[in-house]
Design a protein around this ligand. Structure first.
Ligand SMILES: *Cc1c(COP(=O)(O)O)cnc(C)c1O
Length: 420
Protein backbone atom coordinates (compact mmCIF):
# COMPACT_ATOMS: atom_id res chain seq x y z
CA UNK A 1 0.00 0.00 0.00
CA UNK A 2 1.15 3.53 -0.69
CA UNK A 3 -0.28 7.01 -0.33
CA UNK A 4 -0.35 8.14 -3.96
CA UNK A 5 -3.94 8.05 -5.12
CA UNK A 6 -6.47 9.79 -7.38
CA UNK A 7 -9.25 12.18 -6.47
CA UNK A 8 -11.37 13.36 -9.42
CA UNK A 9 -8.71 12.25 -11.87
CA UNK A 10 -5.98 14.17 -10.03
CA UNK A 11 -3.02 12.39 -8.41
CA UNK A 12 -2.38 13.21 -4.76
CA UNK A 13 0.55 12.51 -2.49
CA UNK A 14 -1.27 12.08 0.83
CA UNK A 15 -3.54 15.17 0.88
CA UNK A 16 -1.67 17.37 -1.59
CA UNK A 17 -2.17 17.39 -5.38
CA UNK A 18 1.10 16.34 -7.01
CA UNK A 19 0.62 19.15 -9.55
CA UNK A 20 0.66 21.71 -6.72
CA UNK A 21 4.06 20.44 -5.57
CA UNK A 22 5.34 20.45 -9.16
CA UNK A 23 4.32 24.08 -9.47
CA UNK A 24 6.22 24.95 -6.29
CA UNK A 25 9.47 23.04 -6.88
CA UNK A 26 9.58 22.55 -10.66
CA UNK A 27 10.26 19.22 -12.39
CA UNK A 28 11.64 16.61 -12.23
CA UNK A 29 11.50 15.79 -8.53
CA UNK A 30 11.24 12.82 -6.20
CA UNK A 31 8.24 12.80 -3.90
CA UNK A 32 8.04 10.61 -0.80
CA UNK A 33 4.91 9.98 1.26
CA UNK A 34 5.67 10.23 4.98
CA UNK A 35 2.75 7.95 5.90
CA UNK A 36 4.01 5.19 3.58
CA UNK A 37 7.54 5.41 4.95
CA UNK A 38 6.24 5.05 8.50
CA UNK A 39 3.79 2.31 7.59
CA UNK A 40 6.40 0.25 5.76
CA UNK A 41 9.02 0.61 8.47
CA UNK A 42 6.53 -0.43 11.12
CA UNK A 43 5.16 -3.29 9.02
CA UNK A 44 8.66 -4.73 8.73
CA UNK A 45 9.89 -4.01 12.23
CA UNK A 46 6.57 -4.99 13.81
CA UNK A 47 6.53 -8.32 11.99
CA UNK A 48 9.39 -9.45 14.23
CA UNK A 49 7.78 -8.34 17.45
CA UNK A 50 8.44 -10.94 20.12
CA UNK A 51 11.82 -11.82 18.66
CA UNK A 52 14.87 -9.84 19.73
CA UNK A 53 15.80 -7.90 16.63
CA UNK A 54 17.19 -4.71 15.15
CA UNK A 55 16.04 -3.21 11.86
CA UNK A 56 19.00 -1.58 10.11
CA UNK A 57 17.64 0.26 7.08
CA UNK A 58 19.91 -0.29 4.08
CA UNK A 59 20.70 3.32 3.35
CA UNK A 60 22.16 2.75 -0.09
CA UNK A 61 18.54 2.41 -1.24
CA UNK A 62 17.79 5.96 -0.08
CA UNK A 63 20.20 8.03 1.96
CA UNK A 64 18.34 11.34 2.29
CA UNK A 65 18.94 12.79 5.77
CA UNK A 66 15.26 13.47 6.42
CA UNK A 67 14.32 9.88 5.64
CA UNK A 68 17.12 8.51 7.84
CA UNK A 69 16.03 10.83 10.62
CA UNK A 70 12.48 9.53 10.33
CA UNK A 71 13.65 5.92 10.73
CA UNK A 72 15.94 6.88 13.62
CA UNK A 73 12.86 8.24 15.37
CA UNK A 74 11.15 4.88 14.87
CA UNK A 75 14.05 3.09 16.57
CA UNK A 76 15.82 2.07 13.38
CA UNK A 77 19.52 1.64 12.73
CA UNK A 78 21.24 1.51 9.36
CA UNK A 79 23.32 -0.76 7.20
CA UNK A 80 26.13 1.26 5.61
CA UNK A 81 28.50 0.42 2.77
CA UNK A 82 30.89 3.38 2.84
CA UNK A 83 32.40 6.12 4.98
CA UNK A 84 30.15 8.59 3.21
CA UNK A 85 27.10 6.67 4.32
CA UNK A 86 28.45 6.59 7.89
CA UNK A 87 28.83 10.37 7.76
CA UNK A 88 25.23 10.76 6.56
CA UNK A 89 23.93 8.37 9.21
CA UNK A 90 25.65 10.29 12.01
CA UNK A 91 24.43 13.60 10.58
CA UNK A 92 20.89 12.22 10.65
CA UNK A 93 21.21 11.19 14.29
CA UNK A 94 21.37 7.42 13.89
CA UNK A 95 22.67 5.70 17.04
CA UNK A 96 26.16 4.34 16.17
CA UNK A 97 25.34 1.24 18.22
CA UNK A 98 22.69 0.49 15.59
CA UNK A 99 25.04 0.70 12.61
CA UNK A 100 26.37 -2.31 10.73
CA UNK A 101 28.96 -1.92 7.99
CA UNK A 102 28.90 -4.17 4.91
CA UNK A 103 30.87 -4.17 1.65
CA UNK A 104 33.76 -6.00 0.00
CA UNK A 105 36.01 -2.97 -0.37
CA UNK A 106 36.15 -1.08 2.90
CA UNK A 107 39.01 1.43 2.74
CA UNK A 108 41.48 1.97 5.57
CA UNK A 109 40.23 5.50 6.34
CA UNK A 110 36.63 4.24 6.35
CA UNK A 111 37.52 1.45 8.80
CA UNK A 112 39.19 4.06 11.03
CA UNK A 113 36.18 6.36 10.81
CA UNK A 114 33.82 3.50 11.71
CA UNK A 115 36.03 2.35 14.60
CA UNK A 116 36.25 5.86 16.03
CA UNK A 117 32.46 6.16 15.71
CA UNK A 118 31.99 2.97 17.76
CA UNK A 119 29.56 1.30 15.36
CA UNK A 120 27.93 -1.97 16.36
CA UNK A 121 29.51 -4.36 13.90
CA UNK A 122 31.59 -4.83 10.76
CA UNK A 123 30.30 -7.43 8.33
CA UNK A 124 33.69 -8.71 7.20
CA UNK A 125 33.81 -10.03 3.64
CA UNK A 126 37.34 -11.46 3.29
CA UNK A 127 40.23 -12.78 5.36
CA UNK A 128 42.41 -9.86 4.26
CA UNK A 129 39.79 -7.41 5.48
CA UNK A 130 39.71 -9.23 8.82
CA UNK A 131 43.48 -8.89 9.21
CA UNK A 132 43.47 -5.25 8.17
CA UNK A 133 40.64 -4.45 10.59
CA UNK A 134 42.49 -6.17 13.45
CA UNK A 135 45.63 -4.19 12.64
CA UNK A 136 43.86 -0.83 12.46
CA UNK A 137 41.83 -1.50 15.61
CA UNK A 138 45.12 -2.34 17.33
CA UNK A 139 46.75 0.96 16.43
CA UNK A 140 43.62 2.73 17.66
CA UNK A 141 43.53 0.66 20.87
CA UNK A 142 40.03 -0.53 20.02
CA UNK A 143 38.27 -3.83 19.64
CA UNK A 144 36.24 -4.24 16.47
CA UNK A 145 32.94 -6.11 16.72
CA UNK A 146 32.51 -8.32 13.70
CA UNK A 147 30.31 -10.76 11.90
CA UNK A 148 31.66 -12.69 8.98
CA UNK A 149 29.47 -12.28 5.94
CA UNK A 150 29.04 -15.77 4.65
CA UNK A 151 27.98 -16.76 1.20
CA UNK A 152 25.47 -19.56 1.75
CA UNK A 153 25.26 -20.45 -1.95
CA UNK A 154 21.50 -20.17 -2.35
CA UNK A 155 19.82 -18.98 -5.52
CA UNK A 156 17.66 -15.93 -4.76
CA UNK A 157 15.95 -16.28 -8.17
CA UNK A 158 16.26 -12.59 -8.92
CA UNK A 159 18.02 -10.43 -11.54
CA UNK A 160 21.67 -11.56 -11.88
CA UNK A 161 22.96 -8.02 -11.14
CA UNK A 162 21.23 -8.05 -7.75
CA UNK A 163 21.90 -11.67 -6.82
CA UNK A 164 24.66 -11.82 -4.21
CA UNK A 165 24.44 -15.13 -2.38
CA UNK A 166 25.67 -17.52 -5.04
CA UNK A 167 29.15 -19.03 -4.88
CA UNK A 168 30.07 -17.19 -8.09
CA UNK A 169 29.29 -13.73 -6.59
CA UNK A 170 32.01 -11.47 -5.14
CA UNK A 171 30.32 -11.15 -1.75
CA UNK A 172 31.16 -12.76 1.56
CA UNK A 173 33.16 -15.84 2.44
CA UNK A 174 32.15 -19.31 1.28
CA UNK A 175 30.13 -20.84 4.10
CA UNK A 176 32.33 -23.96 3.93
CA UNK A 177 35.39 -21.85 4.78
CA UNK A 178 33.60 -19.83 7.46
CA UNK A 179 34.42 -22.04 10.50
CA UNK A 180 38.12 -21.72 9.76
CA UNK A 181 37.85 -17.94 9.43
CA UNK A 182 35.93 -17.72 12.69
CA UNK A 183 38.68 -19.65 14.46
CA UNK A 184 41.20 -17.16 13.11
CA UNK A 185 38.97 -14.21 14.09
CA UNK A 186 38.45 -15.54 17.61
CA UNK A 187 42.21 -15.60 18.08
CA UNK A 188 42.77 -12.00 17.02
CA UNK A 189 43.47 -9.55 19.81
CA UNK A 190 41.52 -6.60 18.48
CA UNK A 191 38.53 -8.45 17.09
CA UNK A 192 35.41 -9.38 18.99
CA UNK A 193 33.30 -12.00 17.24
CA UNK A 194 29.67 -10.93 17.55
CA UNK A 195 27.71 -12.51 14.77
CA UNK A 196 27.12 -14.22 11.49
CA UNK A 197 25.75 -12.28 8.55
CA UNK A 198 24.54 -12.82 5.00
CA UNK A 199 22.67 -10.98 2.27
CA UNK A 200 21.62 -13.20 -0.58
CA UNK A 201 20.19 -10.73 -3.06
CA UNK A 202 17.60 -8.10 -3.73
CA UNK A 203 14.00 -7.99 -4.94
CA UNK A 204 13.26 -11.54 -3.76
CA UNK A 205 9.65 -12.52 -4.33
CA UNK A 206 9.66 -15.83 -2.46
CA UNK A 207 10.40 -16.82 1.13
CA UNK A 208 12.09 -20.07 0.09
CA UNK A 209 15.62 -18.76 -0.57
CA UNK A 210 15.61 -16.92 2.79
CA UNK A 211 14.57 -20.11 4.57
CA UNK A 212 17.35 -22.04 2.82
CA UNK A 213 19.89 -19.42 3.85
CA UNK A 214 18.72 -19.36 7.48
CA UNK A 215 18.89 -23.16 7.65
CA UNK A 216 22.51 -23.06 6.49
CA UNK A 217 23.37 -20.22 8.87
CA UNK A 218 21.80 -22.02 11.83
CA UNK A 219 23.99 -24.99 10.97
CA UNK A 220 27.03 -22.74 11.08
CA UNK A 221 25.90 -21.21 14.39
CA UNK A 222 25.71 -24.70 15.91
CA UNK A 223 29.17 -25.54 14.63
CA UNK A 224 30.60 -22.32 16.07
CA UNK A 225 29.01 -22.94 19.42
CA UNK A 226 30.61 -26.39 19.55
CA UNK A 227 33.95 -24.81 18.69
CA UNK A 228 33.57 -22.44 21.65
CA UNK A 229 32.81 -19.37 19.53
CA UNK A 230 29.26 -18.41 20.47
CA UNK A 231 27.68 -15.51 18.59
CA UNK A 232 24.85 -13.19 19.61
CA UNK A 233 23.79 -11.61 16.31
CA UNK A 234 22.35 -13.23 13.23
CA UNK A 235 22.23 -10.65 10.42
CA UNK A 236 20.03 -11.83 7.57
CA UNK A 237 20.60 -8.82 5.31
CA UNK A 238 17.86 -7.32 3.18
CA UNK A 239 16.30 -8.40 -0.06
CA UNK A 240 12.57 -8.63 0.42
CA UNK A 241 10.96 -7.60 -2.88
CA UNK A 242 8.14 -5.23 -3.74
CA UNK A 243 5.45 -4.98 -6.39
CA UNK A 244 6.64 -2.94 -9.37
CA UNK A 245 4.35 -4.62 -11.89
CA UNK A 246 2.75 -8.04 -11.36
CA UNK A 247 5.11 -9.42 -8.70
CA UNK A 248 3.50 -10.86 -5.62
CA UNK A 249 6.20 -10.77 -2.93
CA UNK A 250 5.56 -12.12 0.56
CA UNK A 251 4.39 -9.67 3.22
CA UNK A 252 7.01 -9.06 5.95
CA UNK A 253 4.65 -11.01 8.23
CA UNK A 254 5.04 -14.16 6.09
CA UNK A 255 8.79 -13.66 5.95
CA UNK A 256 8.93 -13.19 9.73
CA UNK A 257 6.66 -16.18 10.29
CA UNK A 258 9.00 -18.46 8.37
CA UNK A 259 12.18 -17.12 10.00
CA UNK A 260 11.10 -16.68 13.61
CA UNK A 261 10.38 -20.34 14.27
CA UNK A 262 13.76 -21.34 12.82
CA UNK A 263 15.71 -19.23 15.33
CA UNK A 264 13.36 -19.31 18.32
CA UNK A 265 15.43 -21.81 20.25
CA UNK A 266 18.54 -19.68 20.50
CA UNK A 267 19.13 -16.46 22.42
CA UNK A 268 20.05 -14.61 19.28
CA UNK A 269 19.35 -11.03 18.26
CA UNK A 270 18.27 -10.90 14.64
CA UNK A 271 19.47 -8.04 12.45
CA UNK A 272 17.73 -7.12 9.21
CA UNK A 273 18.92 -4.75 6.51
CA UNK A 274 15.80 -4.01 4.48
CA UNK A 275 16.00 -1.24 1.88
CA UNK A 276 13.68 -1.56 -1.07
CA UNK A 277 10.73 -3.03 0.85
CA UNK A 278 10.61 0.04 3.08
CA UNK A 279 11.16 2.93 0.68
CA UNK A 280 10.49 1.54 -2.81
CA UNK A 281 6.79 2.19 -3.02
CA UNK A 282 6.97 5.25 -0.79
CA UNK A 283 8.45 7.39 -3.56
CA UNK A 284 7.69 8.53 -7.09
CA UNK A 285 9.61 10.51 -9.68
CA UNK A 286 7.53 13.29 -11.21
CA UNK A 287 8.47 14.47 -14.70
CA UNK A 288 7.08 16.81 -17.31
CA UNK A 289 6.44 15.89 -20.93
CA UNK A 290 8.60 18.04 -23.23
CA UNK A 291 7.75 16.67 -26.66
CA UNK A 292 6.08 13.77 -28.36
CA UNK A 293 7.31 12.32 -31.62
CA UNK A 294 6.64 9.35 -33.83
CA UNK A 295 8.80 7.43 -36.24
CA UNK A 296 7.60 4.74 -38.64
CA UNK A 297 8.39 2.21 -35.90
CA UNK A 298 7.60 3.88 -32.63
CA UNK A 299 6.04 6.61 -30.57
CA UNK A 300 8.27 8.49 -28.20
CA UNK A 301 7.29 10.63 -25.26
CA UNK A 302 10.25 12.81 -24.31
CA UNK A 303 10.21 13.89 -20.66
CA UNK A 304 12.51 16.09 -18.58
CA UNK A 305 13.67 13.21 -16.33
CA UNK A 306 16.32 10.83 -17.60
CA UNK A 307 18.51 7.83 -16.83
CA UNK A 308 20.78 10.00 -14.69
CA UNK A 309 17.80 10.69 -12.41
CA UNK A 310 16.46 7.12 -12.36
CA UNK A 311 18.96 4.55 -13.54
CA UNK A 312 17.07 1.32 -12.87
CA UNK A 313 15.34 0.95 -16.26
CA UNK A 314 18.63 1.46 -18.14
CA UNK A 315 20.74 -0.60 -15.75
CA UNK A 316 18.47 -3.58 -15.03
CA UNK A 317 15.77 -3.11 -17.64
CA UNK A 318 13.45 -2.75 -14.66
CA UNK A 319 9.78 -1.97 -14.88
CA UNK A 320 8.33 1.17 -13.34
CA UNK A 321 4.64 1.91 -13.85
CA UNK A 322 3.97 5.26 -15.53
CA UNK A 323 0.90 7.13 -14.34
CA UNK A 324 -0.58 10.49 -15.30
CA UNK A 325 -0.61 13.23 -12.67
CA UNK A 326 -3.89 14.39 -14.22
CA UNK A 327 -6.10 11.89 -16.04
CA UNK A 328 -7.28 13.57 -19.24
CA UNK A 329 -9.06 10.67 -20.90
CA UNK A 330 -7.56 11.41 -24.33
CA UNK A 331 -6.99 7.75 -25.16
CA UNK A 332 -3.97 5.50 -24.97
CA UNK A 333 -1.03 4.66 -27.16
CA UNK A 334 1.99 2.39 -27.21
CA UNK A 335 5.14 4.42 -26.58
CA UNK A 336 8.64 4.63 -25.14
CA UNK A 337 9.06 7.17 -22.34
CA UNK A 338 12.53 8.62 -22.90
CA UNK A 339 14.72 11.35 -21.41
CA UNK A 340 16.93 14.03 -22.97
CA UNK A 341 20.22 12.16 -22.50
CA UNK A 342 22.33 11.32 -25.54
CA UNK A 343 22.17 7.54 -25.10
CA UNK A 344 19.76 5.05 -26.62
CA UNK A 345 19.68 3.39 -23.20
CA UNK A 346 18.05 6.50 -21.81
CA UNK A 347 14.51 5.33 -21.25
CA UNK A 348 12.15 5.15 -18.29
CA UNK A 349 9.68 2.76 -19.95
CA UNK A 350 9.69 0.80 -23.19
CA UNK A 351 6.82 -0.26 -25.46
CA UNK A 352 4.32 0.75 -22.84
CA UNK A 353 0.62 1.36 -23.17
CA UNK A 354 0.31 4.86 -21.71
CA UNK A 355 -2.00 7.88 -21.82
CA UNK A 356 -1.77 10.06 -24.92
CA UNK A 357 0.40 12.66 -23.18
CA UNK A 358 0.90 16.12 -24.60
CA UNK A 359 3.72 18.60 -24.00
CA UNK A 360 3.38 20.16 -20.56
CA UNK A 361 1.59 17.16 -19.02
CA UNK A 362 3.03 15.72 -15.82
CA UNK A 363 3.57 12.02 -15.28
CA UNK A 364 4.69 9.95 -12.33
CA UNK A 365 7.23 7.14 -12.49
CA UNK A 366 5.97 4.90 -9.72
CA UNK A 367 7.89 2.80 -7.14
CA UNK A 368 10.94 5.04 -7.42
CA UNK A 369 11.73 5.48 -3.71
CA UNK A 370 14.49 2.86 -3.60
CA UNK A 371 17.65 3.03 -5.72
CA UNK A 372 16.20 6.12 -7.38
CA UNK A 373 17.78 9.33 -6.19
CA UNK A 374 20.57 7.42 -4.44
CA UNK A 375 21.78 6.05 -7.78
CA UNK A 376 21.42 9.33 -9.62
CA UNK A 377 24.29 11.20 -11.23
CA UNK A 378 24.92 14.44 -13.05
CA UNK A 379 25.64 12.78 -16.40
CA UNK A 380 25.18 15.19 -19.33
CA UNK A 381 25.75 17.92 -16.70
CA UNK A 382 22.21 17.63 -15.48
CA UNK A 383 21.90 18.97 -11.90
CA UNK A 384 20.46 16.37 -9.55
CA UNK A 385 16.76 16.84 -8.92
CA UNK A 386 14.86 18.02 -5.85
CA UNK A 387 13.45 15.68 -3.20
CA UNK A 388 10.22 16.45 -1.40
CA UNK A 389 8.39 14.77 1.48
CA UNK A 390 4.64 15.11 1.78
CA UNK A 391 2.93 14.64 5.13
CA UNK A 392 -0.82 15.16 5.40
CA UNK A 393 -1.66 18.46 3.74
CA UNK A 394 1.89 19.84 3.95
CA UNK A 395 4.95 19.20 1.85
CA UNK A 396 8.58 19.82 2.70
CA UNK A 397 11.72 20.24 0.63
CA UNK A 398 14.17 17.59 1.85
CA UNK A 399 16.76 18.32 -0.80
CA UNK A 400 17.09 21.37 -3.00
CA UNK A 401 17.47 20.96 -6.70
CA UNK A 402 21.15 21.34 -7.61
CA UNK A 403 22.29 24.44 -9.48
CA UNK A 404 24.77 24.86 -12.33
CA UNK A 405 27.19 26.20 -9.69
CA UNK A 406 26.84 22.90 -7.81
CA UNK A 407 27.84 21.09 -11.00
CA UNK A 408 31.28 22.71 -11.16
CA UNK A 409 31.98 22.94 -7.44
CA UNK A 410 35.46 21.66 -6.71
CA UNK A 411 36.67 21.81 -10.31
CA UNK A 412 39.82 23.76 -11.00
CA UNK A 413 41.62 24.99 -14.09
CA UNK A 414 45.44 24.86 -13.60
CA UNK A 415 47.31 28.13 -14.09
CA UNK A 416 49.15 26.89 -17.16
CA UNK A 417 45.82 26.59 -18.95
CA UNK A 418 44.63 29.99 -17.82
CA UNK A 419 47.81 31.83 -18.81
CA UNK A 420 48.75 29.85 -21.86
C1 LIG B 1 21.74 -3.75 -0.95
C2 LIG B 1 21.91 -4.41 0.35
C3 LIG B 1 20.82 -4.51 1.24
C4 LIG B 1 19.43 -4.03 0.92
O1 LIG B 1 18.81 -4.76 -0.07
P1 LIG B 1 17.26 -4.54 -0.39
O2 LIG B 1 16.97 -5.49 -1.46
O3 LIG B 1 17.09 -3.12 -0.82
O4 LIG B 1 16.48 -4.84 0.86
C5 LIG B 1 21.06 -5.08 2.49
N1 LIG B 1 22.30 -5.53 2.84
C6 LIG B 1 23.34 -5.45 2.00
C7 LIG B 1 24.65 -5.97 2.45
C8 LIG B 1 23.18 -4.90 0.73
O5 LIG B 1 24.23 -4.85 -0.09
Amino acid sequence: MHHFHYKDGEMYGEDVPVATIAEAVGTPFYLYAHATLVQHFKAFDGAFEGARHLTCFSMKSNSNLAILRLFAGLGGGVDIVSGGELFRALQAGIDPKKIVYSGVGKREEDLQFALSSDILMFNVESSQELMRLNEIAGTMKKKAGIAIRVNPDVDPKTHPYISTGLRENKFGIDIREAPEQYTVAAGLKHIRVLGVSCHIGSQLTEVGPFVDAVAKLMGLLGELEKAGIPVTFLDLGGGLGITYDQEDPPHPREYAGAIKQMVSRSNITLIFEPGRVIVGNAGILVAKVLYTKSTAEKNFIVVDAAMNDLMRPSLYNSFHAIQPVRKKGKGKLQADIVGPICESGDFLAKDREVDAYEPGDLLAVMSAGAYGFSMSSTYNSRPRVAEVMVRGDHFYSIRKRETYEDLVRGEEIPDFLLNG
